[in-house]
Design a protein around this ligand. Structure first.
Ligand code: SAM
Length: 272
């Protein structure tokens, strides 16, 4: 879209959106000048923002691979984002070609681009809905066509929780979704980390400046998203250090990580 701003009047291009700014940070083309300006402001505070966004994608990929390898063959990916490299359906369907994926996003631009990408893929679809209204996701006809809630589900809320202030009680939305998923389901989350490193505060400050949201959380606060579900080892970790199912993986020390590798933390929980 970088070259076609004048042809796409249907979207509000006066304000940056989360999906488009994130796309701009990843070097994508599905964004407008206002989003690129927002990404540039973030880059002033977090010079390696592109790698930080890629690190979140690493967290997405690791979690999807782990969950798919446990035999989960249906994924509900909320806050899907604009299509990029290694989307959830590509990662999951590489492990299980029959895996079904439903993408959910509240930004209509994601639907427009997602539909084009998924035109030939009968096992994957995308719907416009809001995590703030979990019942509308659970009641959506397309979601129910693809996801059988009597069988375990891979529920993904990746790169989204940071956009909700704790006062909104996002945990209640997650609880509603988890209640609809049977035992054997997994919950996979990434969030902005707050473990005292300055780059984490820089990320929070610049995101809040550009988007009005983007709050960092302590590992304990991130763990609380899981509503008491046991976490797959190693628990809440930076993506570079998360190896699913391995208690003490042989990975770099936190001190040896690059700045951009300390912005995101991830976890995967299991519903017993
Ligand atoms: N999950 C992808 C990833 O981690 O690479 C994309 C993350 S992107 C930072 C967050 C996405 O969540 C955006 O596409 C945005 O439109 C979407 N989003 C924001 N608020 C939402 C909400 N309340 N309900 C559903 N989607 C939302």
């Amino acid at each position: 879209m970088a070259d076609n701003d004048e042809y796409v009047p249907d979207f509000d291009i006066s304000k940056p959106t989360i999906a488009r700014v994130y796309d701009a940070t990843l070097g994508g083309k599905d964004n407008f000048a206002v989003d690129r300006e927002g990404a540039a402001v973030i880059a002033q505070h977090v010079p390696r923002i592109k790698e930080a966004s890629q690190d979140n994608r690493l967290g997405l990929k690791k979690g999807v691979e782990y969950v798919a390898r446990q035999g989960i063959d249906q994924f509900l990916d909320i806050g899907a984002g604009l299509p990029t490299m290694e989307n959830t359906h590509q990662v999951a369907q590489r492990i299980n070609p029959d895996a079904k994926v439903v993408y959910v996003d509240n930004d209509p631009i994601v639907l427009a681009h997602g539909r084009a990408l998924l035109a030939d893929n009968k096992s994957t679809t995308i719907v416009t809905a809001d995590l703030r209204e979990p019942e509308s996701i659970l009641g959506d006809a397309e979601v129910n066509e693809m996801i059988d809630f009597s069988r375990p589900v891979g529920l993904m809320i990746v790169g989204l929780m940071m956009h909700f202030h704790p006062s909104e009680d996002p945990g209640s939305w997650i609880r509603t979704l988890l209640d609809a998923c049977p035992s054997g389901s997994y919950l996979h989350i990434t969030d902005f980390a707050d473990t005292g490193w300055p780059e984490q505060k820089a990320m929070e400050k610049s995101c809040v400046e550009v988007l009005g949201n983007g709050w960092a959380r302590t590992p304990e606060e991130i763990e609380a998203h899981f509503q008491g579900l046991p976490l797959v080892p190693p628990g809440i970790e930076f993506p570079a250090r998360w190896v699913g199912g391995v208690e003490n993986p042989d990975v770099p020390a936190v001190e040896d990580l690059e700045d951009y590798q300390r912005i995101i933390m991830m976890g995967v929980g299991y519903k017993e």
